[in-house]
Write a protein that binds this ligand. Structure first.
Ligand code: AKG
Ligand code: FE2
Length: 243
């Protein structure tokens, strides 16, 4: 799929229609990878606009108050809006083989079943039963501190953020940033400009990197650099639930 591919039909089909081999290769090499376009600007605006429908959310987080950075985000209730639910469900089966492959390389258990539904039941049974899907809003001066979205023992190791505003047009600054703590070496930083309507798949916790003895584990964190002007809104999808 290219930048000019028509965006029509169910959003889940658009997730499935991309070049997953290329995306997986990129994820293996860098711990993050951009998708092809998934949403039109109108669909992005519609999702971003849900932020004001307060009944859809279980709580609002003021990032400055928690020293998470600056800006606000809202956790959806389990009753997810159609496109948000469809996107999440469509990503899971494509991310699952990567999660399992990485767990194998790192000699860890791979507890994730074939369906998101079964995995969420496992999360809920373990006490992680609150929705962790979020809509974020950043204005001028806002930023997101480097962090990892791990809420308990139940962790799906990959997540997705979808850009809802156009960089350079709707906002400046606000790059998605990642750090990678390399084994016995200094930390490496990287940044991604998230195009409107595209997703960025990235590791929640760490990734396997080749080492002399096979594979070692490179812890990674993510955040957002300061928004210099305008407004940046994103949709965050994680595949485990929260406590
Ligand atoms: O706004 C962003 O680009 C990243 C938000 C975030 O931390 C997440 O989706 O987990
Ligand atoms: Fe995050």
């Amino acid at each position: 799929m290219t930048d000019t591919a028509p965006l029509s039909g169910p959003v889940g089909d658009r997730v499935a229609a991309g070049d997953w081999d290329a995306l997986t290769g990129e994820l293996d090499a860098h711990g993050s990878a951009l998708t092809w376009p998934l949403l039109t600007p109108a669909e992005c605006a519609e999702i971003a606009g849900l932020y004001d429908e307060t009944d859809r959310f279980r709580t609002t987080v003021d990032m400055a108050r928690h020293r998470f950075g600056s800006g606000r985000y809202r956790y959806f209730t389990h009753d997810l809006p159609g496109p948000v639910r469809e996107l999440r469900e469509a990503f899971y089966p494509h991310l699952l083989p990567v999660a399992r492959d990485w767990a194998g390389k790192l000699g860890r258990p791979a507890p994730w079943p074939d369906t998101l539904r079964e995995w969420l039941t496992m999360c809920h049974d373990a006490g992680q039963d609150r929705s962790a899907q979020i809509l974020l809003r950043y204005g001028p001066g806002d930023w997101n501190a480097l962090h990892r979205d791990v809420f308990g023992d139940m962790v799906f190791p990959l997540q997705v953020v979808i850009g809802l505003d156009a960089p350079g047009t709707d906002f400046t600054g606000g790059e998605f940033i990642m750090t990678e703590q390399r084994p016995r070496a200094q930390t490496r930083g990287s940044s991604v400009t998230l195009p409107q309507g595209h997703g960025l798949v990235f590791t929640t916790r760490d990734r396997p990197v080749p080492s002399k003895r096979g594979w070692s584990n490179s812890p990674m964190r993510h955040g957002v650099s300061t928004v210099r002007s305008g407004h940046r809104r994103t949709l965050g999808l994680v595949f485990h639930d929260a406590c």
